[in-house]
Write a protein that binds this ligand. Sequence first.
Ligand SMILES: C[S@@+](CC[C@H](N)C(=O)[O-])C[C@H]1O[C@@H](n2cnc3c(N)ncnc32)[C@H](O)[C@@H]1O
Length: 221
Amino acid sequence: MIDPRKIVVEGYDGIAREYLELVKSMESIVRSKYLNMLVNLLSPGATILELGCGAGVPMTRRLVDEGFEVTGVDISREQLALAEKNVPEAMLILGDMTELEFNDSSFDAVTAFYSITHIPRIDHPNLITSIYKLLKPGGILLANLGKGDLPDTIESDWLGKPMFFSHYDADTSEEMIRKTGLEIIRADDEPEMEYDHPVCFRWFVARKPGNNPRIPGGTRN
Ligand SMILES: C[S@@+](CC[C@H](N)C(=O)[O-])C[C@H]1O[C@@H](n2cnc3c(N)ncnc32)[C@H](O)[C@@H]1O
């Protein structure tokens, strides 16, 4: 019986430094595009929950620099230790994003960059529902999910360690997001290079109905 979380924790604990160097060395056109989109949607002081924040670079760092109040959650102790150095201003929590204990309507935005694909897909619907609940009315979800259909899979050598991946095809994920009540603003497939090979994720920007003073465009209900 495989334990996906154990594989992910051991993997990221083992490769935290290599992953950080890799991210720093990669062109981050897609990351920047969506970060800019989020920054333009939110007003300074907005509260953001980042799921799977990793070492905090470049995403958490940029969000803090833009004047947002960021809470980062990651399941890997080593990743979080790096984040503590890279983004000491953020509130950083060691934990599993599928077991969060925040009050409902706590955040203006929830982000998940390259992290939900490490969660067994059977848990994705509950995770998206919990994100919906954590968002304030008018709040924004920004996340990338897998493109193709990928049942629970262990890659034996991902930056030198076994790594777990799992996702539904992107249309199924899109429907899952819609079903929670979130309104999809963008759902775009974005091909990019992951070190030496091409990958493609579907990037979602979605909004919880309602008004939010920190999100000027979020007035639909
Ligand atoms: C590919 S890295 C992405 C890190 C960062 N978001 C970025 O954009 O570079 C995925 C991160 O998700 C974290 N992660 C995976 N499963 C998680 C879970 N169940 N709960 C919290 N974090 C998780 C991993 O530890 C890892 O740091």
